[in-house]
Ligand binder design. Structure first.
Ligand SMILES: Nc1ncnc2c1ncn2[C@@H]1O[C@H](COP(=O)(O)OP(=O)(O)OP(=O)(O)O)[C@@H](O)[C@H]1O
Ligand SMILES: [Mg+2]
Length: 253
């Protein structure tokens, strides 16, 4: 699915340069669930933006199914995004003046499906996340957990190959958080999605197949519970994060 090679990203801030990504090598297999953890400001969101074609690296290759997102023309990247990549964010990012169903429909506009089909698919996507009876509600008339469900429906209505989630439970209480993660886990399992999830929550990380840690713009694999055969193709360019202390959680239980 993805093969990243030597990916760097610098941001110019006045006279100083922020080295947000400092040479990331990473292979993500079709259908895997990779969780990315790490301290604030160390490059997690920047990496997701590269995976999603939302921004381009300063150098390096972001191979997505044989195409380098770093090199594609803008129109082509937009197409890949519209067809193949779903996003969810900590702040839900729903359009406040549109109903739940209309928010979901926005994902289908670039795909040129008919209005009738847009409605039908959006209704189905909302039903899939348990919100059939809230289709006409505005975001302000929904709880945080419900808003995130709408955002998940919007991300999945186009049936993408990949779902990129940036701290999707960061704004939710504990019970709602478990609900949303349970929903994502089911969708991942049932649909064969590739799920890349950024979280500060070690409990969530423990449920995923593979955990990587992003520190100072460098990524290292901390845990891999996939079958041994599948693990052989994983990029081992970075050493295991045995030196990571502080937020290292014992992986027992
Ligand atoms: N558009 C930008 N312009 C300048 N600097 C940026 C920009 N976006 C991010 N940065 C810087 O790049 C670094 C990495 O930011 P990033 O958002 O990827 O961190 P993060 O790991 O997602 O943090 P958090 O856990 O707080 O979300 C930070 O030092 C940040 O200040
Ligand atoms: Mg971030």
């Amino acid at each position: 699915m993805y093969k990243l090679t030597g990916v760097t990203k610098n941001y110019q801030k006045g006279r100083t340069t922020v080295h947000a990504l400092q040479g990331v090598d990473l292979v993500i297999e079709d259908g895997e669930w990779l969780t990315i953890q790490g301290p604030t400001g160390h490059g997690k969101t920047t990496l997701l933006q590269m995976l999603g074609g939302l921004d381009r690296p300063t150098s390096g290759i972001v191979d997505f199914d044989g195409q380098d997102l770093a090199q594609l023309r803008e129109g082509q990247v937009t197409k890949v995004r519209a067809n193949s990549i779903g996003f969810i964010f900590q702040t839900f990012n729903l359009i406040p003046t549109l109903s739940a169903e209309e928010n979901v429909e926005t994902a289908l506009v670039p795909l040129h499906v008919s209005a009738a089909e847009r409605r039908a698919r959006s209704a189905r996507a909302l039903a899939d996340v348990g919100l059939a009876d809230r289709a006409n509600h505005l975001p302000s008339e929904l709880s945080g957990g419900q808003q995130q469900r709408v955002a998940i429906a919007r991300a999945l209505v186009k049936e993408p190959k990949v779902l990129l989630a940036d701290e999707p439970t960061g704004n939710l209480d504990e019970g709602t958080r478990d609900e949303i993660i349970g929903l994502l886990e089911n969708l991942w399992r049932e649909r064969g999605l590739t799920l890349v999830l950024v979280t500060h929550d070690s409990g969530i990380a423990r449920r995923s197949q593979r955990v990587a840690v992003m520190e100072h713009g460098k990524l290292s694999i901390r845990q891999d519970t996939r079958a041994r055969g599948a693990a052989s193709s994983v990029s081992r360019a970075s050493a295991p994060a045995s030196s990571v202390s502080g937020d290292a959680t014992p992986l027992t239980g």
